[in-house]
Design a protein around this ligand. Structure first.
Ligand SMILES: [Zn+2]
Ligand SMILES: [Zn+2]
Length: 255
């Protein structure tokens, strides 16, 4: 399995000869998107990798997980779109020929791979899902979710690589709307993948840890990196190996 982080939660994955991108966000494009989702660094799009993509796997329809530009690419380049119901509906409206909606428990074929939807708990996107991609290796992609028993219980073992949300928004009445570092660690302890990657780290305002007050901003990359390094170190002490991907860096995941 090869991974290439374009940024935030957009990961190019090559598994068993099939290439796809998760939660594609190539923007923001325009002032409204910039205001809604202030990106801390531009996406590191790798054109050679992009030219091999055959599908988008999108967990939900929020702007930082599926933008109009990615759906336009899907329409023009004939990519298949697999995702939540809102994702598939949006893809069809854009003119994407093959848009597949999945609910937890349902699955779709992607060449030799099996793409299975697993539960996600994301109050601001009720139809959000996570993915298990099964081939010669098994990949878990969390999307935006809480680490509830229903979510972790539905993830069958063993997972080779887990791509997990590690920073989230927080609202006065709703609380956290996803996983920050402590909750992502709880999910990893429950799922015990052989290898994990923290994601959702390139949108300003997301909380990494509310207890320490650490929040992603455009000017605190060093503090964020240090906190992620510590977090990965603590998990490694528990036998849970992880890696921080640098945007644009191609990584071969070995056994
Ligand atoms: Zn979301
Ligand atoms: Zn998000």
């Amino acid at each position: 399995m090869r991974l290439l982080l374009f940024g935030h939660m957009t990961v190019w994955v090559e598994l068993d000869g099939v290439c796809f991108v998760t939660d594609p966000w190539f923007g923001p494009h325009g002032r409204l998107e910039r205001w809604l989702a202030p990106r801390t660094i531009p996406p590191a799009v790798h054109s050679a990798a992009l030219s091999r993509v055959g599908a988008i796997l999108a967990s939900h329809h929020h702007l930082d997980h599926l933008d109009r530009f990615s759906l336009t690419l899907a329409r023009l380049l004939g990519w298949r779109v697999i995702g939540s119901e809102a994702v598939a509906a949006r893809a069809r409206r854009t003119g994407v020929r093959e848009a597949i909606a999945l609910r937890p428990g349902q699955s779709a074929a992607l060449g030799p791979l099996r793409v299975e939807a697993v539960p996600a708990e994301h109050p601001l996107a009720a139809d959000a899902i996570g993915f298990l991609v099964r081939g010669s290796r098994t990949l878990y992609f969390s999307g935006d979710t809480r680490a509830t028993a229903a979510v972790t219980g539905a993830i069958s073992h063993p997972i080779d690589v887990a791509l997990v949300q590690a920073a989230c928004a927080h609202y006065p009445f709703l609380g956290d709307d996803g996983m920050s570092l402590p909750e992502a660690a709880a999910l990893l302890r429950a799922v015990r993948p052989r290898w994990s990657v923290p994601l959702h780290l390139h949108c300003s305002g997301k909380w990494l840890d509310r207890r320490t007050g650490l929040r992603i901003r455009s000017d605190n990359a060093a503090a964020v990196r240090a906190a992620l390094g510590e977090w990965l170190g603590r998990l490694a002490d528990e036998g849970l190996h992880g890696r921080l991907l640098e945007p644009g860096e191609l990584v071969d995941v070995e056994d």
